[in-house]
Ligand binder design. Sequence first.
Ligand code: ADP
Ligand code: YYY
Length: 705
Amino acid sequence: MYSTAFIDLPALDAAAGEVRLPGSKSISNRVLLLAALSNGTTTVHQLLASDDTRVMLDALRQIGCAVDEAGSSVHITGLGGRAPRAPAKLFLGNAGTAMRPLTAALALLGGEFELSGVARMHQRPIGDLVDALRQLGCRIDYLGNDGYPPLRIAHAACAPAPDVPALVPGVPPLALAEPIRVRGDVSSQFLTALLMALPLAAGRQSIVIEVLGELISKPYIAITLELLARFGIVVERQGWQRFTIAAGSRYQSPGSIHVEADASSASYFIALGAIASGAGGPNGAQGIRIAGLGLDSIQGDIRFVEAARAMGAVVTGGPHWLHVQRGAPGQGWPLKAIDIDCNHIPDAAMTLAVMALYAQGSSRLRNIASWRVKETDRIAAMAAGLRQLGASVEEGADFIRITPPPRTEDWKAASIDTHDDHRVAMCFALAAFNPAGLPIRIQDPKCVAKTFPDYFEALFSVAQLAAERIPVICIDGPTASGKGTLAAALARQLGYRFLDSGALYRITALVALRSGLRIDAGHEERIAALARTLPVRFESDRVLLGSDDLTEAIRSEEVGMNASRVSALPAVRAALVALQHSFRRLPGLVADGRDMGTVIFPAAALKVYLTASLACRAERRYKQLISKGFSANIADLCADLQERDARDGTRSVAPLKPAQDALLLDNSCQTMDQTVALVLAWWQEKQFGAVSAPGRQPGAVTAPG
Ligand SMILES: Nc1ncnc2c1ncn2[C@@H]1O[C@H](COP(=O)(O)OP(=O)(O)O)[C@@H](O)[C@H]1O
Ligand SMILES: Nc1ccn([C@H]2C[C@H](O)[C@@H](COP(=O)(O)OP(=O)(O)O)O2)c(=O)n1
């Protein structure tokens, strides 16, 4: 997962291959609650690992369910008629699929509970559900604003199982004789919550729920009914207005249950297949194959396929897979504009808004009022991002109309504010396929953790971009100038890969000496042969050679000096080129060394030549060595640094020197934080052209100090 402040997606060319998606969020949290209310132990396979399921699992543990996590499976032993453990304070993050059904279930089960979430959760309505539960006799108090979490449930209870008649003393009996009325036009989660919880009270009598107003998001109710049936609860439905839970209902674990891949998450990859050409999947196949989800899915968002087809996507599928390909030129590509009622696919419909950028003409998404009360006001968030990209957008209370940028040159590089909304982040990543070749910045990319923590990794695994177009930042300079520290910090902040090319020369020198080879021209070929086959890996902050951890061993000054000698051998340098190039992968690379900008990545977008005065560098190296437990003295270090700089700068192949187009940065008088901030500002300016870069001296390239 990318936990950086933002992720910059370079303009992407094409995509092909297979993706395996995380489990459905809607199915995961429903199954967890049903398992928790059931008799027996349920093994849930392919459970979505996300923020929303995490808060649900934590809550279930708190109320007394046994929860045992084993890889992507979870074993849950349900309450099965036992009273939940109370009192308890449950924090439910921003998970509506946990807040609403837990409120209903706990209100009926009895006990004292406080349910709260993040600030946005406290702005998401729950009043209609609470009203329905109060009608029944449940006691629920608001702890903040009326109609919104946080809330307290106190002492409400019903007979927890059909054969346990006693009510909790002091609690009024539930008023079950009359139909329970709930509004269906704000969020279908209210009805889902009642449908999942009321079987608790349907021991001796059937219970009728009546929906007031037009029920939105009916497919989600269909999932609820389907899963209730898997847990032994029969609900009779009359249209979408009246639901009857049979008397004698009792949750029974199905033993094990598989969670389908998430159909809403699939929408991004269906859209990807529709807009990005490309071959290179299994056996060179074209398009995107989605594993774990078929056309027969029980999830309502599978109907996104129909909308994607209407726009031009070529979608085929079987029981557990989908395949999506871009339509033929003039038929399915460019995409066709669409005018569609999205009530049946409220979440996946956001993806259509970004697909509309690639369509001919204006697309209108209608009946999407529920977007306004989701993780953020999604109509406003989508409109803002689309406008930033150059589209014309008209928005109303329950619709959005999108007209793509008229010409390629009307597209704009944009920094998208994701408003802590996973779907906003995932949708806008698809704008990276823009015809103008512009990068897209997605702010706060970790918000995708709500449903799809590895979304960007999945996107990069199928996205295609010629290696020479993957962004590289080169940091070259003399020893102890701070290159390594700067490059590692940049890579961390940008979420880029990191190449410490000096480490490759250091490892080669160490391995050569351990193999008894003297480092001189006479042994050049044998050392080069060693270098070509180094089984080197960089993992977190460790440098590994096979199973050997060389992180510390390669940092001594002696190894540094030998690395400098080994690096003067042309055959060794040639042997390490392919390995260095292999680090250039999405979303980008920061490379540090001596010849990154001059030889290895000569077309890199940003090259920095970092230097500092000799005295400064010697003092830094001295402190660094002492802190690592190596012995050192300043005078010897000065002499060694000079000798190393001289050798690195005068060797015949790839000598240390600033690239023609490098920006010189003497950081003698700067802290590392200042240096990092400055280079980040340069990078931002290169990509987005927007900010002023303080302290920059254009073209100021001088010899190293
Ligand atoms: N601007 C700076 N101010 C203070 N210390 C620095 C600065 N830049 C680097 N250092 C320190 O100098 C030492 C050498 O930095 P390093 O990144 O290893 O240099 P290089 O990779 O160029 O050899 C490290 O201990 C680092 O923390
Ligand atoms: N791209 C590179 C990187 C390092 N080298 C050589 C020259 C250096 O003296 C040694 C060690 O490099 P390293 O970057 O680890 O050294 P410093 O940390 O700057 O002291 O390797 C090189 O020739 N080309």
